[in-house]
Design a protein around this ligand. Structure first.
Ligand SMILES: Cc1cc2nc3c(=O)[nH]c(=O)nc-3n(C[C@H](O)[C@H](O)[C@H](O)COP(=O)(O)OP(=O)(O)OC[C@H]3O[C@@H](n4cnc5c(N)ncnc54)[C@H](O)[C@@H]3O)c2cc1C
Length: 492
């Protein structure tokens, strides 16, 4: 027997960074809204948002080479790099505002300055990196980026990369001191604590099983209490599906027309981790390399300083893999169950098109630990197997949909799918992900609260001074905003 609960304004499904961000924004802009959150696990931030499940990079295109494409004429397109950087500036302004207002304390527990670097080898790649930096340096967002091909300087910036290196292959490395490492789980937990203080009802060990929209537009959300096994129906005017990899199956249950012809392909990940202080203290940077042929953009290898559970560690990876689960704690039936009559052609078309990805995943799946160590040694020549262990990272479910470039196109970005009446929104995909959460959620609010949004704009500008403007085109505003961010987030 299900009992019906009184209607609420907003239901957030999932206790990750996305729900935490949306809830916090809503409470800033419309404090009167009543919000309920349902999470199937016993604590927040245990899936992709958990610090061990993602790479913790505050994505700003200061090191990720896949955000700048080389055009056929040899010029370098930096538009995507600018967009990603601007999105992270929005996140930082929002967190800085919350710190200033006393809603987030100890910012050093979730964000730390860690230089971002790109590392390449070989004449062609060195030439590309030099042209890339020249182009980026013209923009204020990237004006701090330095580059060197001098091996002594490289050793000064990243000792571990040069120790024991005997190869004479040309190499180059960039250095940007404004990079960050973000502990998204620490941040998310703080945001939820803050939401609890604002009377948001946080329901852990509660799994959403079904969603139906009534004729009057209200959503009925069927929730199972995993402690008592009791099933209840909750009513809401607006629902956000922020269930990470599991957003796709929940979206399919809504039956909305926007949920058709969409599929998902899970890609799992592994990191190598080193906790030995004698080694970790020699490296303070996030160093991104170049992706192998066929590798999805998020599988670019990188060597990262991380601050997790109060300790400084080194992570290398991610190595990609395949698991049919949509969540790390999901079921082996997730992929099969997501194939429906309306998306089977979409899914099959993607299978045919993405041969390089399939080959890449098979090659990654068959890697032995010693082969993974060999990959690591292209970054850290002296790495010893006994100092590194394998940890399983989070699951990403890449969106497959029909686009202008044909049926079944694999998407590597983040997709927000919204019902026509704006009463439901689902977040699919995972990259660049958590770093861009605030911008993504502002965009979602604009789509779903069309009438209220124009009234909120003044308040948003107070919270995020660059809202509606491009910092990349306004150096004075960039400098002003960044002074404030540096002070409040203690990332000078
Ligand atoms: C290997 C890897 C590396 C990454 N690196 C970075 C990085 O360096 N920088 C970056 O910015 N981003 C990175 N990301 C992406 C980032 O982690 C994600 O974009 C972000 O954490 C997604 O947050 P979320 O809230 O959407 O999902 P999640 O954190 O996965 O949260 C979803 C929640 O929903 C819950 N849930 C699921 N189904 C139900 C249900 N039916 N009922 C109730 N609750 C449910 C889950 O238990 C989970 O807690 C990485 C991701 C991966 C996997």
């Amino acid at each position: 027997m299900s009992t019906i609960h009184s209607k609420t304004d907003v239901i957030l499904i999932g206790g990750g960074i996305m729900s935490a961000t949306l809830g916090t924004l809503l409470k800033e802009l419309a404090p009167e809204k009543e919000i309920k959150m349902f999470e199937r696990l016993s604590t927040p931030a245990e899936e992709s948002t958990n610090a061990w499940n993602n790479a913790g990079t505050g994505h700003s295109a200061l090191c990720e080479l896949n955000y700048t494409k080389e055009n056929k004429d040899g010029s370098i397109d930096i538009e995507k790099a600018i967009k990603i950087n601007e999105q992270f500036q929005i996140s930082k302004q929002f967190w800085s505002h919350l710190v200033k207002k006393g809603q987030l304390d100890h910012p050093e527990s979730f964000i730390k300055p860690v230089p971002h670097m790109s590392f390449v080898q070989g004449v062609k790649n060195v030439d590309f990196l030099k042209r890339r930096v020249k182009q980026l340096n013209k923009n204020v967002l990237f004006s701090n980026m330095e580059i060197t091909d001098n091996k002594e300087k490289i050793a000064e910036w990243t000792p571990l990369i040069m120790e024991g290196r005997t190869s004479h292959v040309p190499m180059a490395i960039t250095y940007d001191k404004t990079g960050t490492d973000v502990n998204f789980s620490a941040l998310t937990k703080k945001l939820f604590d803050n939401l609890a203080d604002k009377q948001v009802e946080l329901n852990y060990k509660h799994q959403v099983e079904d969603l139906k929209q009534r004729k009057d537009g209200v959503w009925e959300v069927k929730v199972k209490d995993l402690t008592s096994n009791e099933v209840k129906i909750y009513e809401s005017d607006f629902v956000f599906i922020g269930a990470g990899g599991a957003s796709l199956p929940l979206l399919q249950k809504t039956g909305i027309k926007e949920s058709k012809h969409v599929g998902g392909f899970p890609v799992s990940g592994l990191f190598l981790v080193c906790r030995d202080e004698a080694i970790t203290k020699k490296h303070l940077a996030k160093v991104y390399g170049k992706a192998s042929v066929g590798a999805p953009p998020m599988s670019v290898p990188h060597l990262d300083t991380r601050y997790i559970d109060g300790k400084r560690t080194l992570l290398f990876g991610p190595f990609a893999g395949f698991s049919p689960k949509f969540l790390k704690t999901g079921s082996n039936m997730d992929l099969i169950k997501s194939v429906k009559p309306n998306n089977i052609i979409t899914m099959l078309s993607a299978g045919v098109k993405e041969i390089n990805l399939t080959k890449y995943l098979i090659s990654q799946l068959t890697l032995s630990n010693e082969e993974r160590m060999e990959d690591l040694r292209t970054f850290v020549p002296n790495a010893k197997s006994e100092d590194w262990e394998v940890v399983v990272a989070g699951q990403r479910v890449q969106v497959i949909k029909d686009t202008e470039s044909g049926k079944g196109t694999l998407q590597f970005g983040t997709e927000v799918i919204t019902s026509e009446d704006g009463s439901l929104s689902a977040l699919l995909g995972a990259s660049p992900g958590a770093s861009t959460a605030v911008d993504i959620m502002l965009d979602l609010l604009k789509r779903c609260y069309k009438d209220e949004f124009s009234n909120w704009e003044g308040k948003i500008k107070e919270i995020i001074p660059s809202f509606g403007q491009r910092l990349s085109e306004n150096e004075a505003l960039y400098r002003q905003v960044n002074e404030e961010i540096k002070q409040n987030l203690k990332i000078d």
